[in-house]
Design a protein around this ligand. Structure first.
Ligand code: UDX
Length: 442
């Protein structure tokens, strides 16, 4: 593929949640490797470390977010405030860049920073949205914005989409939706409808039916460039320090014996849930690598609420860390299962390494990803409740029992399909070319 001239400048508007930082930096790194100069504009909270990416220019804009925005039970609250507070500084920032460079080839913004769309449009710039979740999640947006819900979402006849149980999930996601949540969802739908292109971190074959349906709805071209972590593997994007000691621990475990447990960067559990998970892991008799982020257990600093006798019962069979090098962990020969919250990055990383999943969604797109994993691709099982006996049984069903044979095999098959897709000249470089053409079109 041709390298572009360095003068083609792309501004990426990032939102500093871990699951959003990573794909945005990976996309930045891919575009940079194709010759684009990159400026990353981001809110102040959770600022990424610019010294990890000397090739990019970072500009931080004031967000006026406080602790209370994040402790709010309503997950949409910080997103709503972020857009309200960052709109004016973002506009000034883009105007300043335009003034000094005279040209911005494109502005690529995260769906969460939906206010960037109108600003970009007003400045006459090309606006492209990066959807960091699955393409399937976009099926819900017309429904959430009450555009043509009945016609669009439920008139779906394909077995693959029926298996997703969209009606049940739609009801689940609508339960107790706050005003901020509804507004944010409508804004997501509008931004996807009005952007010049939609980039999705996915692989075409994974979400064929959903993609063909959403392509009918959204006028902008949908460009699936994924999995981004395979195109830009060296990008350093963790907000927490990765504990590499778990790799030496993994090196001592038998092939495919370890269940890796991580609920991503946002989900929290309470003390009783921590205790149930601990005993469930202990009695499963499988070796386990468990990520417990500091502050992840409500009211605790770290793992001080683990029950008495737990450490003695598991001994060397368990390893608990604050943050793991997840992609390396999933690719390790000792890992045979991943108990995940089903964030999209974790889902796609696990698929690429052929690791079957136990699913415990906490909010938002994680329910839909769970449905894809368990009902469409059939490479995982849902952990129905966090009770120790149930946890023990579900781990054994996935990792040891005959019942898990099919799931484990399908996970390997999907990994092979992904590897084949990545090797194929056509699909991936074709998407990237399409994006580059789009960026250079104005
Ligand atoms: C959030 C939302 O929760 C999720 O639903 C949405 O799809 C994306 O944004 P998050 O909870 O962080 O994301 O989950 P996920 O999307 O899985 O991203 C977590 C990232 O952190 C992954 O790239 C994973 O590799 C990384 N990670 C996680 C580590 O590097 N180490 C860890 O110990 C845990």
């Amino acid at each position: 593929m041709e390298k572009q001239q360095k003068s083609s400048h792309v501004v990426l508007v990032m939102v500093n949640f871990q699951g959003h930082i990573t794909p945005m930096l990976q996309l930045a790194s891919i575009l940079h490797s194709k010759g684009f100069s990159i400026t990353i504009v981001h809110p102040e909270f959770n600022s990424p470390n610019p010294s990890n990416h000397p090739e990019f220019t970072f500009i931080s804009i004031p967000d006026k977010l406080t602790e209370s925005h994040f402790s709010d039970k309503d997950a949409a609250s910080p997103v709503w405030s972020l857009n309200k507070n960052c709109a004016a500084p973002l506009q000034q920032c883009l105007e300043k860049i335009l003034h000094s460079l005279h040209h911005i080839a494109a502005v690529i913004y995260d769906t969460l920073m939906y206010s960037a769309q109108t600003i970009t449009e007003d400045l006459g710039l090309l606006g492209i949205v990066l959807r960091t979740g699955s393409a399937t999640t976009m099926l819900f947006y017309p429904a959430f914005s009450q555009l043509d819900e009945e016609h669009f979402v439920y008139e779906i006849k394909s077995p693959e989409l029926e298996a997703l149980q969209l009606k049940r999930l739609r009801a689940l996601l609508s339960q107790n939706a706050t005003k901020a949540m509804t507004e944010v969802r409508v804004a997501f739908a509008n931004v996807l409808k009005r952007s010049s292109a939609i980039i999705v971190n996915s692989m075409e074959f994974l979400e064929l039916e959903a993609l063909s349906k959403v392509k009918q709805y959204f006028p902008a071209p949908i460009i699936t460039i994924g999995p981004l972590h395979k195109f830009a593997p060296a990008v350093c994007s963790s907000l927490l320090t990765e504990d590499d000691k778990c790799i030496s621990w993994l090196n001592k475990q038998a092939p495919k014996s370890v269940i890796y447990v991580s609920f991503g960067s946002i989900a929290n559990i309470d003390k009783q849930e921590l205790i149930e998970i601990a005993w469930g892991l202990s009695s499963s008799k499988q070796p386990f690598l468990w990520v417990v982020r500091p502050g992840m257990v409500s009211g605790s600093e770290w793992i001080e609420s683990l029950p008495n006798g737990f450490e003695e019962s598991v001994g060397e069979r368990g390893c608990i860390v604050k943050w793991a090098p997840q992609k390396e962990v999933l690719a390790h020969a000792a890992v045979g299962g991943f108990w995940t919250h089903c964030g999209w990055n974790s889902t796609i990383e696990s698929i690429c390494e052929g690791v079957p999943m136990l699913c415990r969604p906490f909010f938002g797109d994680q329910y839909l990803n769970t449905s894809s994993i368990c009902n469409v691709w059939k490479i995982g099982l849902e952990v129905q409740n966090l009770e120790r006996g149930n946890i023990e049984r579900t781990i054994k069903r996935l990792m040891v029992d005959m019942e898990g044979n099919g799931i484990r095999k399908r996970a390997i098959d999907l990994k092979e399909k992904a590897a084949f897709y990545l090797m194929e000249e056509g699909s991936t470089s074709c998407s990237l070319n399409m994006l580059i053409k789009r960026i250079l079109s104005v």
